[in-house]
Design a protein around this ligand. Structure first.
Ligand SMILES: Nc1nc2c(c(=O)[nH]1)N[C@H]1C(S)=C(S)[C@@H](COP(=O)(O)O)O[C@H]1N2
Ligand SMILES: [Mo]
Length: 200
């Protein structure tokens, strides 16, 4: 714990919550490398393949039966903004995987997240399976808008936000790590904001 957060001054507490060289914003920016896709929940399928016992998939209505939870967490974009205390509703990736019947092989160590667009991002398994990593469908009590990844996006508060893939559509489990969209353009393979893992 830092000197600042022990003093009890709310401004200092907030500062200690922000990773190095980030500044706090209150506007929900939208950052997208491509055109916003139209994703129809009636046709939405999330697929799981690669290092799994058998490939499986889940429809939107199956997903809506996974125990949901609401979580307040911070979002850190590698371009320098952090949004604190945002409220997300969805299901943890762990709960989604077990509801889908996706059984990971011991050889699974990384995941490539695929989207309805061409965007991809690679995530180490321990971050994908973290307690606070979720497949989200609501933001601040409202369905996620298309711009912010609606109807369904990944949210990984413990990594820079480029890992929080919008319009999530598939999870490919891998033995060896492989770069996704931004990672193959120089971004870090892991992206931990506390270690400032911005570029590879
Ligand atoms: N499919 C997809 N997901 C994406 C991106 C993208 O371009 N395409 N941009 C990422 C980046 S860099 C950030 S900061 C966040 C931004 O989320 P927001 O647009 O909801 O603020 O989404 C991430 N997820
Ligand atoms: Mo970002």
């Amino acid at each position: 714990m830092s000197e600042d957060s022990r003093s009890g001054d709310p401004k200092s507490v907030a500062r200690s919550r922000v990773p190095p060289n980030q500044s706090v914003t209150t506007s929900f920016y939208t950052l997208t490398a491509e055109a916003v896709p139209v994703v129809d929940t009636a046709a939405l399928v999330v697929r799981f393949w690669g290092q799994v016992i058998a490939p499986v998939q889940m429809t939107w209505s199956e997903l809506m039966r996974v125990p949901s939870r609401t979580m307040v967490a911070d979002m850190h974009c590698v371009t320098g903004w952090s949004m604190l205390g945002t409220r997300w509703t969805g299901a943890t990736m762990r709960d989604v995987l077990s509801a889908a019947g996706a059984e990971l092989l011991p050889s699974a160590r990384f995941a490539m997240v695929h989207c309805s667009t061409e965007y991809t991002t690679n995530v180490p398994l321990e971050f994908l399976l973290a307690d606070d990593t979720m497949l989200a469908w609501e933001w601040e009590g409202m369905p996620l808008t298309p711009e912010h990844g609606g109807p369904l996006r990944l949210f990984i508060p413990s990594l820079y936000a480029w890992k929080s893939a919008k319009w999530a559509a598939g999870f490919e489990f891998m033995t060896a790590d492989r770069p996704g969209y931004w990672e193959s353009r120089g971004y870090h393979m892991r992206g931990d904001p506390w270690n400032e893992e911005r570029y590879g």
